[in-house]
Design a protein around this ligand. Structure first.
Ligand SMILES: CCC[C@H]1O[C@@H](n2cnc3c(N)ncnc32)[C@H](O)[C@@H]1O
Length: 483
């Protein structure tokens, strides 16, 4: 396997595909030609890419939950409930953890046990085991655009089966589904395997079938600075575009300070357009997704609705194309369908009340946009240089050098040298910039912001601030003030 950011030939792709389809018996039912014909008949209102393009044009912020259960009928009921009772614009199928680790035998046990127990004993929808025919029953029974959401380093068979079944969007990426989701899986292999997924979608595109791709923006979802998640998002967008993907949604996980979060979405849009154009990808439609707070949630449901509302308001004011919605059961575990629908309706209410309002371009907002763009450029340009003008090779080397570094990542391939903490207004800054290739003025900016908070709190900048901030929102605040 030689990793490089270059479009695979059909021969290169098909040579690997034969082996991929043998990873589980259901792989043999994947029939590309039949799948293309099936996709040709999917109406625009159930087509993810088309719905996103319409939303971008109309300035809408669409709502989408996470949701997945073990058995097909229950999964169909769940999705229809979230559409009808939750008013969801877009629907997921969140895939279970066994499938994410390619443990299809265990997933099959989960299905068998769920049948016996009469309830879902998996934390998601085991699409590989259900196979094309089973997954297609979901597509035929749910009248909304459907996306596969998961966390799978080797997502090749999962992609083949779900896209062939009629799903029109696929989340993930070679970095964003490795670093936050695996401990010892080679980054090089995951990036290579995701080139396969992107090339597969590129081949659908060559047949006129446009499938949306969404790199996983939030990463570890724990105080991830905008420049870190934007760098990964844009790199994965470029890697996807190189393999022929034409419709890409780039994502960002809410940090909590309004100005910083609105700036993050604006900066992401501007930088993605700039870097995609710079590298010659001029026929890619780009949209954005804002993930409501991905860190620890309050157990109290009323307070959880406060966090959900804040994420909804920020997404609307940032004018993100899509918002991923949390539920009042976030602190407890997999939500009931009722709780999931409540999170969606709360979000819909906030978006509807804010859609006629615009957040002004204040000097603070402009400063924040410029800071995020400057930081992200420092990282992206260094990655490109490390890779000898190749972002795939550069990404692997960048993690080895700490030029890319994701806070609190389980992967041993992330140095975990950077330390984020909030400043006195709750924006996420860097208490330790680690080996991020920031210019001196950017390093000073973060030091000054941390010093300002330290002065206000009468304590020195310390790791304790990081810990306090990790728990703050679940304890009812944004900034983890000393007790
Ligand atoms: C990165 C994703 C984390 C979020 O993903 C939610 N999540 C995971 N699995 C399911 C599921 N099967 N149904 C509804 N939500 C789910 C968690 O709650 C958390 O918020």
């Amino acid at each position: 396997m030689e990793l490089k950011n270059k479009k695979w030939t059909h021969d290169e792709f098909y040579a690997i595909r034969e082996e991929v389809l043998t990873h589980w018996p259901t792989g043999k039912d994947v029939n590309f030609e039949e799948a293309v014909k099936y996709h040709e008949n999917i109406p625009a209102k159930r087509h993810f890419a088309k719905r996103l393009v319409k939303a971008k044009k109309n300035g809408e912020t669409l709502t989408q939950p996470r949701a997945g259960v073990a058995l097909i009928d229950e999964h169909i009921n769940l999705l229809n409930f979230l559409k009808n009772e939750g008013e969801a614009d877009l629907l997921p199928s969140t895939i279970d953890s066994y499938t994410r680790q390619n443990q299809y035998k265990e997933a099959q046990n989960g299905i068998d046990e769920s049948l016996k127990a009469g309830r879902s004993l998996l934390n998601g929808f085991p699409a590989v085991n259900h196979g094309v025919a089973g997954v297609r029953r979901v597509v035929e029974s749910v009248d909304a655009p459907l996306q596969v959401r998961h966390g799978t380093p080797d997502a090749r068979l999962l992609g083949e089966i779900t896209i062939a079944a009629g799903y029109t969007s696929y989340e993930g990426g070679g970095i964003s589904y490795n670093i936050p989701y695996a401990k010892s899986v080679s980054l090089e292999k995951t990036i290579y395997d995701w080139q396969y997924c992107d090339r597969m979608i590129g081949i659908y595109a060559e047949h006129g079938i446009e499938i949306n791709r969404e790199p996983f923006g939030p990463l570890t979802g724990t105080l991830v600075p905008p420049s870190v998640s934007h760098s990964v998002a844009i790199i994965e967008g470029i890697l996807a575009a190189e393999q022929g993907v034409k419709n890409i949604t780039l994502g960002y996980g809410q940090c909590g300070n309004l100005i910083q979060d609105i700036a993050a979405i604006k900066a992401l849009e501007q930088l993605a357009e700039e870097y995609m154009a710079k590298h010659g990808y001029n026929d890619c439609v780009l949209t954005t997704v804002f993930h409501q707070w991905m860190g620890g949630f309050p157990q109290d449901e009323a307070k959880a609705f406060g966090v959900i509302s804040w994420g909804a308001a920020t997404a609307a004011l940032a004018k993100a194309t899509k918002v991923i919605v949390k539920t009042p059961h976030e602190a407890l575990g997999i939500p009931t369908k009722e709780a999931n629908a409540q999170g969606l309706r709360t979000t819909k209410q906030m978006i509807n009340m804010l859609k006629d309002q615009a957040f002004p371009m204040t000097t603070e907002l402009e400063l924040e946009i410029n800071i995020i763009k400057a930081e992200t450029r420092c990282i992206l340009d260094k990655v490109f240089e490390l890779g000898g003008n190749d972002y795939a090779i550069g990404a692997v080397r960048a993690f080895e050098a700490g030029v890319l570094d994701v806070p609190f990542a389980p992967s041993r391939f992330s140095l975990n040298k950077i330390l984020p903490a909030r400043d006195n207004n709750g924006a996420v800054r860097l208490f330790d910039v680690g080996n991020l290739p920031f210019t001196p003025d950017l390093v000073t900016f973060h030091q000054d912001k941390m010093a300002e908070r330290a002065k206000a709190e009468g304590r020195a900048p310390s790791f304790q601030m990081v810990i306090d901030d990790i728990y703050a929102i679940s304890k009812g605040n944004l900034v983890g003030r000393p007790r």
